[in-house]
Write a protein that binds this ligand. Structure first.
Ligand code: CP
Ligand code: NVA
Length: 305
């Protein structure tokens, strides 16, 4: 199977504002179909290849289950189980996979490498997380916020903690949906300037601060992620010190009495978020996790239809 010019999804702004809303609307429809037991097998006979250089629970299981529900099939390709792990170049891996499967999802370390996959693929490449971006997570986040708040207008969101891959894609997604975003990170751990520039070019105006209370105050949504991402384990001690004061805890939530709390998971309770908060009725983290399934099914169907 080959499309001469496949559409890739490496970053959330690889789709336009209108296309993003199309995918979210399709996700709503597919969620309804799944919940009511209505067949929705638009990808009958199609195959997704899934390359993983890092561990995963949600991404792996939601993509694989999603393909099954859409009538297709998914193949798990641990990077060390395929020849990539023995040094086969990514470009050869990509050209080969393109001859077999209809779409590839990849979770890699370096963002440049997902671009190498895309440049050498005749089928769509979907970014399942790199060190710089996690656009599939953002799709699910936007679906969750729209469900929770009834839309994006006048929604105020605080990103608190590390300016990491999940945060960077979310900053772009918030700009595309015109939400009011404040990002609070410790100095030296901010969202990359190029990402803030992109958000501004897309019409966003994120407020950037080092004060978690300023960000949290009167927010509708408070969103955090781990302080130590996959691949940063050696930085544990220095990061733990840098992020002191940035924990999403009940004291912080007092500044946002109406806020729902989001986390992409996996969470490290006692670090970026307390057990009390994640278990409280403010937490919508498992709705958010579920929405990975619906959002990605929509993305796959949209890319392949
Ligand atoms: N949020 C997320 O991507 O989780 P996994 O690492 O479990 O896939
Ligand atoms: N920022 C985290 C997200 C995991 C889904 C990481 O990269 O490890």
């Amino acid at each position: 199977p080959s499309d001469p010019e496949p559409r890739h999804f490496l970053e959330i702004d690889d789709v336009s504002h209108e296309e993003l809303l199309e995918v979210l609307d399709l996700a709503d429809d597919l969620k309804h179909a799944q919940q009511t037991g209505e067949p929705h097998e638009a990808l009958d006979g199609q195959t997704l290849g899934m390359i993983f250089q890092k561990p995963s629970t949600r991404t792996r299981v939601s993509f694989e289950t999603g393909m099954t529900q859409l009538g297709g099939h998914a193949i798990f390709l641990g990077a060390d189980d395929i020849q990539l792990g023995r040094g086969e170049p990514l470009k050869d891996t990509s050209r080969t996979l393109s001859r077999y499967v209809d779409v590839v999802m990849a979770r890699l370390f370096k963002h440049d490498n997902v671009e190498v996959l895309a440049a050498n693929s005749s089928v769509p490449i979907v970014n399942g997380l790199t060190d710089d971006a996690h656009p599939c997570q953002t799709l699910a986040d936007l679906l969750t916020i729209r469900e929770q708040e009834g839309g994006f207008d006048d929604v105020s969101v605080a990103w608190i903690g590390d300016g990491n891959n999940v945060g960077q894609s979310f900053v772009i997604g918030a700009a595309m949906t015109d939400m009011d975003l404040t990002v609070a990170t410790p100095e030296g751990y901010g969202i990359d300037d190029s990402v803030i520039d992109r958000a501004q070019e897309l019409g966003g105006d994120p407020t950037v601060t080092n004060d978690p209370v300023e960000a949290a105050t009167d927010a509708d949504i408070i969103y955090t992620d781990v302080w130590i991402s996959m691949g940063q384990e050696d930085e544990r001690d220095v990061r733990m010190e840098a992020f002191e004061g940035f924990q999403v805890c009940s004291d912080l939530l007092e500044h946002a009495p109406g806020a729902s709390v989001m986390h992409c998971l996996p969470a490290h309770r006692g670090e970026e978020i307390t057990d009390e908060v994640i278990e409280s009725d403010r937490s919508i983290v498992f709705d958010q996790a579920e929405n990975r399934l619906h959002a990605q099914k929509a993305l796959l169907q949209w890319l392949l239809d």
